[in-house]
Design a protein around this ligand. Structure first.
Ligand SMILES: C[C@H](O)[C@H](O)[C@H]1CNC2=NC(N)=NC(=O)C2=N1
Length: 95
């Protein structure tokens, strides 16, 4: 079972990724990404999908034209875990 982050670890995660905000209702982190057009947004989603599948950790997300909204949380932990930190790091590295 994946461990949920404690308060100190959650604060450290948010400090490390200032472009993400905490969604307390879900104990998740969320970020909106904006691209030039749909092709760029969908290309980004394709890259994220490949990384997520490799990590066996998957985003909750939506896309409208050039915008991609991503929410990361760990269903198995019912909140944020190290797996979300690793996926956020990988997503940031794609930008
Ligand atoms: C069986 C499989 O490993 C699990 O269901 C994985 C898949 N992807 C996942 N993704 C996310 N975001 N949270 C999970 O708990 C999770 N669990």
């Amino acid at each position: 079972m994946v461990q949920k982050l404690d308060d100190a670890a959650r604060a450290a995660l948010l400090a490390r990724f200032p472009d993400w905000r905490h969604e307390p209702d879900r104990d998740a982190i969320v970020r909106r990404f904006q691209f030039a057009d749909f092709a760029q947004a969908f290309g980004f989603m394709t890259s994220v999908a490949i990384v997520a599948e490799k990590m066996d950790h998957h985003p909750e997300w939506s896309n409208v034209y050039n915008r991609v909204d991503i929410l990361l949380t760990t269903h198995d932990a019912n909140g944020l875990s190290e797996r979300d930190a690793r996926l956020a790091e990988a997503i940031e590295a794609l930008l």
